[in-house]
Design a protein around this ligand. Structure first.
Ligand SMILES: [Zn+2]
Length: 273
């Protein structure tokens, strides 16, 4: 059954509390919106903690971003939401936040595109990084535009994360999945080994994903093309050999400082003996 505007208002406030409690945002960061109909979008206000909103703090805007109703102004990052609604008729809700680990990947300009966890591949495919764009300007929407059609979660370089879906709960859950997967990716990177799913396994997940999500009208990116697995299905290290800190077979890379420290230590222990 279609939800009333009041129900959408209460749900946005609830999801605002979740993103705040989970520390996906700080201060007045982040924004959330829901498509009310083909004329109006309900959006969180600017300059207010998204953990402390009341239903009447929200603003209603049209698809040009012009305020129709509300005592507060809608977020300055609203253009990003409107772009997603225009490009994805299947999308009914958008969540934008700065969860620290996924945003760390965005700040490092690293996509979350390794086939490490089957359920993440199934749920989101790969999570690309959009180029940097100044918040609140067309630069930001221009950077997102090429990716919106094929992905349901995007890292925004030096900024944060945006997720969206067929309802607010699924848009929010995608934000949880991105941050959780970023944490797993970071841990496996710190452990020095990332055993990727084979091309064949990724292919099976891609098929299942197309069956589940293709049926909802959502476009699905071709996973086997964007998840780095080797052609013969071997498990490969996370990054191309030669990058700092990445193990590859018996070889490993250290920075100059680390190497100097190791030599220093070796010299000292040789002198003691
Ligand atoms: Zn932001």
């Amino acid at each position: 059954m279609k939800k009333t505007e009041d129900e959408h208002r209460r749900e946005i406030c609830e999801v605002g509390r979740w993103v705040h409690q989970r520390e996906y945002i700080a201060a007045t960061d982040g924004n959330i919106s829901v498509r009310l109909d083909n004329q109006r979008v309900l959006a969180t206000p600017t300059l207010m903690s998204k953990g402390m909103m009341q239903p009447d703090d929200l603003a209603i805007v049209d698809y040009q971003g012009k305020k129709i109703l509300g005592r507060r102004n809608a977020s300055s990052e609203l253009a990003m939401h409107l772009l997603i609604y225009r490009r994805r008729p299947d999308v009914q809700a958008v969540v934008h936040a700065h969860p620290p680990v996924a945003t760390g990947y965005a700040a490092a300009n690293l996509p979350l595109n390794l086939a490490l966890i089957s359920e993440v591949v199934l749920a989101l495919g790969c999570i690309p990084v959009a180029e940097y764009g100044t918040p609140g300007t067309p630069e930001l929407t221009d950077a997102l535009a090429p990716l919106v059609g094929q992905y349901d979660a995007i890292l925004m370089a030096n900024h944060g994360v945006v997720t969206y879906g067929a309802d607010l709960l699924s848009a929010y859950m995608r934000m949880e999945t991105v941050e959780h997967f970023a944490r797993i990716s970071l841990v496996s990177h710190l452990l020095g080994r990332q055993a990727l799913l084979s091309r064949e396994e990724v292919g099976k997940l891609a098929e299942a994903r197309a069956r589940y999500f293709g049926a909802t009208g959502a476009p699905v990116a071709p996973l086997s093309e964007v998840c780095p697995v080797t052609a013969d299905g071997r498990r490969v290290p996370a990054r191309p050999a030669g990058e700092p800190g990445t193990p590859a077979g018996d070889r490993f890379w250290v920075s100059r400082e680390e190497l100097e420290a190791l030599i220093d230590e070796a010299v000292k222990s040789a002198k003691v003996r």
